[in-house]
Design a protein around this ligand. Structure first.
Ligand code: 2U9
Length: 344
């Protein structure tokens, strides 16, 4: 029995030594150490041995088994190392070669401007609100003091979907909805950025779809001077502290009184030049005190509550800031144009 085990060990180790692949080693393992292998067979036949020989043969069988297993393992790791070495030699990678450039995108200029304006108003305690782009005639017009037949409805040529449904022509319905939701009781301090639609023919200064940011503040004792303070701070943060502002009387159906705000021209400092068409001023936005009719329609007591509102076009702001001369650049998505502003 002892000789048989030694013979098996010798035979197995020789085969391990001669093996050239991991597969061959697997076969050797099955052949010698498997359940049907000769060593298992020896161990099974131990019952037939004289009692005193059993522990000796048992121990030897286990040792032989372990030595064969160790030899297989050692050879296997050597073969694997060699294979890796060979693979590395064949797959020569030149790590000094320059990498392939990856095209990295960035935010659209309009997105950056809108986010800049949002951050600025968040800093003054305003909330950001959004609303539907398909609106009802009620929220887009009626609730904003533009009843059916009002001449100002013609000013804003509208994409109608049905008689009562339309593409919103301004973001003001978001403000009307927000006020309505407060049941005429709580103050409102919000801005709403978003897309709006008008039946315009596209040219350098008109687009049938563009963006707006409008703001609304409603509370007790809100005065025109509060509006002026907020707009002054906005202009200073957006365009620089050295720019002056002025408010000119204007008209909007939803505000009374209404104003338009200009900032002093950066190019000539107010002297008058071709950029400001000789006036020294550049128009930035419209604003005013919320019309009492609008407050009442949204459920606010206009004797107790007052408010101010303003509206601006982010495209216009971006055009002024960066000297862009055609609104269509924002929507034709020429990457050569857009990527100039990826760090703007
Ligand atoms: C409610 C009450 C009042 C919003 C206002 C303007 C003045 C304004 C235009 C500027 C250029 C829009 O982007 S633009 O075409 N907007 O001049 N918007 S006051 O007034 C409101 C809004 C909602 C409930």
């Amino acid at each position: 029995m002892k000789e048989r085990l030694q013979e098996l060990e010798h035979e197995a180790l020789l085969k391990v030594e001669q093996a050239e692949t991991v597969d061959e080693l697997k076969n050797i393992r099955v052949e010698y150490l498997g359940k049907k292998g000769p060593i298992t067979e020896v161990l099974r036949g131990m019952g037939k041995l004289p009692k005193e020989e059993r522990p000796v043969i048992g121990q030897l069988a286990n040792e032989v088994r372990e030595r064969i297993a160790d030899a297989i393992e050692e050879k296997q790791s050597r073969l694997e190392d060699e294979a890796l070495e060979e693979q590395l030699k064949n797959e020569d990678i030149d790590v000094t070669l320059p990498g392939r450039p990856v095209q990295v995108g960035g935010p659209h200029l309009l997105t950056s401007i809108i986010e800049e304006i949002e951050d600025l108003f968040i800093g003054m305690g305003f909330e950001i609100k959004e609303g539907p782009e398909v609106e009802t005639d009620y929220y887009n017009f009626e609730a904003l003091n533009l009843p059916k037949g009002h001449p100002a409805r013609d000013m804003q040529d509208t994409f109608y979907i049905t008689e009562e449904l339309l593409m919103r022509t301004h973001t003001s319905p978001v403000q009307a909805r927000t006020m309505n939701a407060k049941n005429g009781k709580e103050p409102v301090k919000m801005i709403c950025p978003g897309k709006v639609y008008r039946r315009d023919n596209d040219d350098a200064t008109h687009s049938h779809q563009f963006t707006q940011i409008e703001g609304l503040l409603v509370d007790e004792n809100v005065r025109m001077s509060d509006l002026k303070g907020v707009l002054q701070e906005f202009a200073a943060k957006m365009f620089g502290r050295e720019r002056r502002i002025r408010l000119r009387p204007s008209f909007f159906p939803f505000t009374e009184p209404s104003v338009e705000m200009d900032i002093s021209c950066k190019v000539c400092g107010g002297e008058g030049c071709s950029v400001c068409k000789g006036t020294g001023w550049i128009e930035i936005l419209g604003a005013g005190m919320v019309h009492p009719n609008v407050l009442e329609m949204a459920g606010y007591d206009s004797e107790k509550y007052s408010g101010f509102a303003f509206g601006m076009g982010p495209e216009r702001i971006a055009m002024l800031k960066h000297g862009i001369d055609d609104i269509r650049h924002f929507y034709t998505n020429d990457v050569r144009f857009l990527k100039q502003y990826h760090n703007a």
